[in-house]
Ligand binder design. Structure first.
Ligand SMILES: *Cc1c(COP(=O)(O)O)cnc(C)c1O
Length: 363
């Protein structure tokens, strides 16, 4: 058997008619940027998250960097972020002109809240929490530190659409929640797309302005913005994806539950779920001391896995200017050597899941 890490056609085929009808509706409408498809998606996404504002943007990186800019964070400011995340979390900080300060993670793969206080300096303006793999960070502890030190909290929700912490939706606890709808994400477009959500109307307006050349009124440019708009075709695709998000999250959860119950090889460390959390299983990451031989073995069995992420951000070559040494963020560095992610996608069959489980148990 051959199993790819993700097969996006299966999700497309599942809703083919709806996707194609929606794309045609936009093509035939004659209106392609900043129109009613985007307004509909924005109000649906705001509503499902229980907030007043959603602003669609071009991608997840822009959702994060425009949020930082809208909060007034830039040159000379520091933002605390976990080291083991997709580079975009850190890039958003450097793109905005600020400096990332990398924190270690806890056993749930999210920022170690106990390490945060020691990292706060007079330059610290915000904590960027990353709800990695599909589950949320230790939010009560983080919000209380933020309150005590007067810091903003930006939530990177690119992997955690509709995840919850104590029944609160990802993106609604901090000042602003940032989403990516990249095609593999759990709510996804057929190209690049992103959004922010916030209950702060003024902040939403600033992002709305920044995404469209810094203007509210055509040709009146109040600030130096950028072009980062979520186009009408993607907004139409996203309405279909959003409509089916609950059933798709259930499908992922069913796969995750099989892995959790049926992988019994003692060499494997399975992911754990914070008791306060609803996990949405964007990534199913396991750990193994013999990770590289396990990857090799699985490839020989036809199973393609990925590593999220092989190099923690503080050791990324692009950040050598910050001069972090090996061994300084130990848990993240160990995880980078031990994690691997199993296939978990819409349309992965029961037979394929069984095949993966058997292969791992025989390793
Ligand atoms: C995907 C992702 C992003 C960036 O999203 P893009 O739409 O690719 O720009 C940011 N943060 C995390 C954690 C992600 O997984």
């Amino acid at each position: 058997m051959k199993i790819d890490f993700t097969v996006l056609e299966r999700q497309y085929k599942k809703y083919q008619t709806e996707y194609e009808e929606s794309a045609l509706r936009v093509l035939r409408s004659g209106w392609y940027i900043l129109g009613k498809e985007l307004s509909s998606f924005e109000s649906q996404f705001a509503q499902i998250n229980g907030v007043n504002n959603c602003v669609g943007v071009g991608n997840g990186l822009d959702a994060l960097s425009l949020s930082l800019t809208a909060l007034g964070i830039g040159k000379g400011d520091e933002v605390i972020v976990q080291a083991n995340t997709f580079i975009a979390s850190a890039l958003a900080i450097t793109v905005s002109g600020a400096t990332p300060v990398f924190a270690d993670v806890d056993s749930y793969y999210t920022i170690d809240s106990e390490s945060i206080k020691a990292m706060i300096t007079s330059k610290t303006k915000a904590i960027m929490v990353v709800h990695l793999y599909g589950q949320m960070c230790d939010m009560d502890a983080i919000m209380s530190i933020a309150k005590q030190y007067g810091l903003y909290v930006i939530e990177d929700c690119a992997q955690a659409h509709l995840a919850t912490y104590r029944n609160k939706m990802a993106g609604t606890i901090g000042d602003i929640g940032c989403f990516s709808f990249y095609p593999t994400k759990t709510i996804s477009a057929f190209g690049d797309a992103g959004a922010v959500i916030t209950s702060n109307d003024e902040l939403a307006e600033r992002v709305r302005m920044l995404r469209n050349y810094g203007s509210h009124v055509k040709y009146v440019h109040e600030t130096t913005g950028t072009n980062s708009r979520l186009d009408e075709i993607q907004a139409a695709m996203l309405q279909v994806s959003l409509k089916h998000a609950a059933e798709n999250n259930k499908e992922r959860k069913d796969i995750a539950n099989r892995y959790l119950h049926e992988i019994t090889n003692p060499q494997i460390i399975l992911p754990t779920i914070r008791p306060e959390n609803l996990h949405v299983w964007y990534v199913f990451a396991i750990r193994c001391k013999k990770r590289d031989s396990l990857v090799q073995y699985l490839v020989e069995q036809g199973i393609h896995v990925q590593i999220h992420y092989p190099i923690p951000c503080h050791l990324a070559p692009c950040y050598k200017e910050f001069d972090y040494k090996k061994g300084t963020i130990p848990v993240s560095e160990t995880y980078a050597n031990e994690v691997l992610s199993l296939p978990i996608f819409i349309g992965l069959t029961e037979k394929e899941v069984q095949y993966i489980i058997n292969a791992i148990n025989l390793f």
